[in-house]
Write a protein that binds this ligand. Structure first.
Ligand code: BTN
Length: 290
C-alpha cells in the first residue's frame, strides 16, 4: 500500500481526527513528517500502524513495535502556542495519554516519568512519546506527536525488567489472546483521540468546525499552572530517592516538582540546595521503585 496521503482521501473519522490505518510501516512518525513536508496536511491527521519496522524513540533510540502488540500512532497538530509553553504542551499530551489509559486499563496507576515516559507506579515503562515541534518565530506551529503504548505481552522482550505492557500489568484472569490485544488497542486509540479532542478544542462541537480550522486549539483548562500541577500529581518518584545518570556518574536526588522550562526540581540526597535538573544532562536511571 502506498504511503502517500494523496492516495488516502478515504481517511476514517474518529472523534474529528482523520485516521489513516496501515498494516505495516517503517515508522508512523516518519510517514507523517513526509506528509507534513509535502504541505497542506490538515491538523488532526493521524497515522496508525499495526506494526513498524523502524519505530523511533527519543534521543535517537529505536522503538520496538511488534505487529499487533501495541498502539503505534502519530498525530499531526497545529497548536499555534507560545514556544515558552512547550513543556506544558508536552505534559498536556502526556496527561491525555494517562487519562485514556485510566479509562481502558484501570488496573494500574499510570504515571509520567520525567521527562516523557509512561510508567506504572513502580516505574515499569508501558509507553513513550516522541513530540517533534516545528517552530516559527516564537510559536509552535506544528507538532508531530508520536505515541507508542505496549499492549500485548509480546510487545516486550522478557529480558527487559523495566518495560511492561497493559496486558502484562493486568492481573485479572481474563483471556489474553490476540483478540483481547486488538480490542484493547482499538479502545485505547478511541479513548485517546476523544481525550485529545476535549483537551484541544474549546468548542469544536459548538462551532461545528473541523479540527484543522480551529485557529487556537486551547481548551478552557489549558494554562500552564494547571497542567504542570496536574502532571506533578502523576509524576513518578515524587518525594522519593531516585538514581540519575549525569556525565557518567550516578547521583541520588529527590524529585520535588516540575519546572515550566521542562526541568525537574529536585533536592540532593546528600547535603545541598534544591536544583533544577535538565534533561538529557540528567537522566533518570532505569530502576524500579518497589
Ligand atoms: C520514547 O519513549 O523514546 C518515545 C517512543 C515513541 C514511539 C512511537 S511509536 C509511534 C511513533 N512512530 C515512531 O517511529 N515513534 C513513535
Amino acid at each position: 500500500m502506498t504511503g502517500d496521503f494523496r492516495f488516502h482521501s478515504n481517511a476514517e473519522e474518529v472523534h474529528g481526527f482523520h485516521c489513516h490505518r496501515f498494516e505495516m510501516l517503517s515508522s508512523t512518525q516518519d510517514l507523517l513528517r513526509d506528509w507534513a513536508h509535502k504541505g497542506s496536511l490538515a491538523s488532526g491527521t493521524v497515522i496508525v500502524a499495526n506494526g513498524q519496522t523502524h519505530g523511533r524513540g527519543r534521543l535517537g533510540h529505536s522503538w520496538s513495535s511488534i505487529s499487533g502488540q501495541g498502539l503505534w500512532m502519530s498525530v499531526y497538530l497545529q497548536p499555534g502556542i507560545a514556544l515558552e509553553s512547550a513543556f506544558a504542551w508536552n505534559m498536556s499530551l502526556a496527561l491525555a495519554v494517562c487519562k485514556a489509559l485510566d479509562l481502558v486499563a484501570p488496573w494500574s496507576e499510570w504515571q509520567i516519568k520525567w521527562p516523557n515516559d509512561l510508567v506504572t507506579a513502580q516505574g515499569r515503562k508501558v509507553g513513550g512519546m516522541l513530540v517533534e515541534n516545528q517552530i516559527r518565530g516564537t510559536l509552535i506551529t506544528e507538532s508531530l506527536v508520536g505515541i507508542g503504548i505496549n499492549v500485548g505481552h509480546g510487545a516486550v522482550a522478557e529480558c527487559l525488567p523495566y518495560a511492561t505492557s497493559l496486558m502484562g500489568e493486568c492481573k485479572a484472569p481474563q483471556a489474553k489472546g490476540q483478540n483481547e490485544n486488538d480490542t484493547l488497542t482499538e479502545n485505547l486509540l478511541q479513548a485517546l483521540l476523544a481525550r485529545l479532542k476535549s483537551m484541544l478544542y474549546r468548542s469544536a462541537e459548538a462551532s461545528g468546525q473541523p479540527l484543522g480550522q480551529v485557529p487556537y486549539p486551547l481548551a478552557g483548562d489549558w494554562y500552564k499552572g494547571n497542567i504542570l500541577a496536574e502532571a506533578e500529581s502523576r509524576l513518578y518518584g515524587l518525594g522519593q530517592r531516585l538514581a540519575f545518570e549525569c556525565e557518567g556518574r550516578t547521583e541520588f536526588w529527590i524529585p520535588e516538582g516540575l519546572d515550566q522550562g521542562g526541568g525537574l526540581r529536585a533536592r540532593p540526597c546528600a547535603e545541598g540546595p534544591s536544583q533544577t535538573l535538565i534533561h538529557p544532562h540528567y537522566r533518570l536511571s532505569p530502576g524500579l521503585n518497589l
